[in-house]
Design a protein around this ligand. Structure first.
Ligand SMILES: [Zn+2]
Length: 360
């Protein structure tokens, strides 16, 4: 009698164990969107507009408009005003790391604290101490984009869109086979009326810079690709924040951060409206480097205090709803590549790759 009673119980617990761990490496997401916002400081992300810079005549033109748009006495309300999607949706349904005031730290591990070394670290999962400039040198390292594109089920389903014209070299478009629409690239040939229209607008719009286009073009080329081609892994690199900061245009830097937050909201609304992506897609947002504080906010490189401090936000399939992380914890930029791959259920053999933030 005892055996008969025990046997079903043993079978039941064994069955539950199998159900909870059916696969040693399940994919948490079928699709991943990786976004970078160039040189956006953790200070603005977590506290909104910086009152010292807002009050500084050299940095903040249009103060009345900026105060109306972004100034609130309460820092929590201030960051909501600057980046409403980040704080109303991502921080509620996803996770955001890097608020150093709460003990959550994220840093770059490279020793340069500027863009090419940072993007290399994000995309390859390791700092390369031989990368010491932003020159257009084809990256000798394999990115997680390239590695994933070579896996069954991913071939031809990885793409990159970037505002900065160095990305075809960082991703090594020629070797990797990853299509990189960057700088002032058009959609060639255009595959839709919308792409043809974007090509026309981009060619007819004056740009403040010669090597970086305005993010609105990067954004809409990427959205159009997403809508039509349904990539499994898409990388979108926005750039305006960094260039406006270098120009010491604090008002433009704030507006760019606010606009980019809106771009990411549009991206997510499109994802959630598409049955291919809905509830199966993870979004990861990170930056290539921080910037200095006070009067050094315009700059970043080794020696500018704090320019190695970054932040990471994630939302969607496979992402725990931890909200704003307040634990005493150190994360690194070199963990992004493994996190992207882990969400998709694959394990790249990239040299020295940092571990996934999510442990997968
Ligand atoms: Zn820069």
């Amino acid at each position: 009698m005892i055996l008969i009673l025990l046997e079903p119980l043993l079978l039941t617990s064994k069955g539950l164990a199998e159900m909870s761990d059916p696969d040693p490496k399940p994919a948490a997401a079928s699709h991943v969107i990786l976004v970078t916002i160039d040189g956006l400081r953790w200070q603005e992300v977590f506290s909104g507009v910086d009152p010292l810079l807002l009050a500084h005549n050299s940095y903040s033109q249009q103060r009345v408009r900026l105060e109306d748009a972004y100034w609130r006495e309460d820092p929590s309300a201030r960051r909501h005003a600057l980046m409403p999607f980040l704080w109303e949706t991502i921080a509620q349904e996803g996770v955001i790391y890097g608020n150093r005031a709460l003990g959550s730290r994220v840093n770059v591990s490279n020793q340069q604290w500027f863009s090419y070394p940072g993007y290399n670290e994000i995309l390859t999962g390791a700092a390369d101490h031989a990368i010491v400039s932003n020159a257009k040198i084809p990256n000798p390292n394999t990115t997680v984009l390239e590695w994933i594109n070579n896996q069954p089920g991913f071939s031809g389903r990885v793409a990159a869109f970037a505002s900065w014209d160095v990305f075809p070299f960082i991703i090594n478009e020629a070797r990797s086979g990853i299509p990189v629409n960057a700088g002032f690239d058009t959609a060639t040939p255009p595959k839709s009326e919308r792409e043809a229209w974007l090509n026309t607008l981009q060619q007819q719009t004056p740009s403040p810079w010669s090597s970086v286009r305005l993010d609105v073009f990067t954004h809409h080329y990427a959205l159009e690709h997403l809508r039509r081609e349904k990539p499994r892994l898409i990388y979108i690199a926005y750039g305006e924040t960094d260039d406006f900061a270098h120009h010491a245009e604090y008002h433009q830097y704030l507006d760019a951060a606010h606009r980019t937050d809106g771009f990411i909201r549009d991206l997510w609304l499109q994802v959630q409206a598409d049955s291919v992506y809905r509830d199966k897609t993870a979004l990861i947002i990170v930056t290539d480097h921080g910037r200095g504080a006070g009067g050094q906010w315009t700059d970043h490189e080794i020696g500018i205090d704090g320019a190695d401090a970054i932040w990471i936000a994630m939302l969607g399939a496979g992402v725990p709803a931890l909200g704003e992380v307040s634990a005493d914890q150190q994360l690194w930029q070199n963990q992004i590549a493994a996190t992207v791959a882990g969400l998709l259920g694959v394990t790249p053999d990239l040299p020295r790759m940092g571990p996934s933030i999510l442990g997968n």
